[in-house]
Ligand binder design. Structure first.
Ligand SMILES: [Zn+2]
Length: 319
């Protein structure tokens, strides 16, 4: 115990996606900064409820090979109660009301586990070590298969009383628009997600290819791309007006288009603002690694809430 009490904190972060789980270890450096990812690994996510067992095995295997750690952080998609540690609902992996934090804590022989929502974790990481560093009031928008968001107000990530804050993908931007998976019509997700862009173009090519065609001057691709920009401008102008934001970070696969997306989006937002001040609109810095970095950060936050003289846990330790 004597050496462990003064050792730098070491954590494992895991991001559970619909098709694969990504993990990496992180150590806090002597100057307090988070070190680079170590022993980054992936494992396939099964589509059904077996995902929880596979996740437990993945974490246990990683700890046996590269442990010990002080805590584990896990990000999952869908609706997540970060405080209770419950994965309430997800389509891929498919589960409902799963007490994931308790299950993992048991599987990992008592190692402290923090659970969070994958997009909110991505936003947390962009705020602490990425594109929104230094900002206390920012919005992170992830344009991927769906559209997710994370809101940080006055330095505190906003969870909301029902842990559903930040779902900007389901802000309705076109009431007569296409049906959305949530049951509404015309949500931002239907026109600005990679899936929405692909479906609206309609020839089976990816959102990335639609962006390339639009850049090359294809009129139909340009229209679909412009609709995505308009929808985003509508939703983001609403957020700016309501919240007075400092920074908006745009991430996810669609944001890899960079200035092809951001330049017209800045112009559209500026054209809609009158008395409001425009926030800085920037591309995410952490890319696909944002959520796994955020998972490491909530594991560290868990340690900060605990006494400093902590034992370091290996998977077979008994406490
Ligand atoms: Zn929706």
């Amino acid at each position: 115990m004597t050496s462990a009490a003064h050792a730098p904190a070491r954590v494992l972060g895991i991001d559970v996606g619909g098709t694969s789980m990504k993990a990496a270890f992180r150590t806090v450096q002597a100057d307090g900064r988070l070190g680079e990812p170590e022993h980054a690994e992936r494992r396939a996510t099964p589509p059904d409820a077996a995902a929880a067992d596979v996740l437990g095995d993945f974490a246990a295997d990683l700890l046996a090979a590269h442990g010990p750690v002080d805590a584990v952080g896990v990000g999952v998609p869908g609706i997540v109660d970060d405080v209770a540690g419950v994965a309430e609902y997800s389509v891929a992996p498919q589960w409902a009301d799963l007490p994931l934090r308790a299950l993992l804590t048991e599987r990992l022989a008592g190692i402290p586990v923090a659970l969070g929502h994958d997009v909110r974790l991505g936003g947390l990481a962009e705020g602490r070590i990425g594109a929104a560093r230094g900002s206390r009031d920012y919005l992170f928008v992830a344009l991927g298969t769906g559209v997710g968001g994370m809101l940080c107000l006055d330095g505190v990530p906003r969870l909301g009383p029902h842990h559903r804050a930040g779902e900007i993908g389901h802000v309705i931007v076109d009431p007569a628009g296409d049906p959305c998976g949530c049951g509404q019509r015309g949500c931002l997700e239907t026109i600005a997600s990679a899936t929405g862009i692909k479906q609206r173009f309609g020839t089976g090519i990816s959102a990335h290819e639609v962006a390339q065609l639009a850049a090359a001057g294809d009129p139909r691709a340009g229209e679909v791309w412009s609709d995505a920009v308009q929808g985003l401008a509508t939703a983001l102008t609403g957020a700016i007006t309501l919240l007075d934001l400092d920074v908006i970070v745009v991430g996810g696969g669609v944001a890899k288009a960079g200035e092809q997306l951001l330049a017209p989006l800045r112009a559209e937002i500026d054209a809609r603002l009158t008395f409001q001040r425009p926030p800085r609109l920037v591309q995410a810095e952490l890319g696909d690694e944002a959520a796994v970095a955020g998972a490491a950060l909530i594991a560290l936050d868990l340690l900060a809430e605990r006494p400093t003289d902590r034992p370091r846990h290996a998977p077979n330790s008994r406490i």
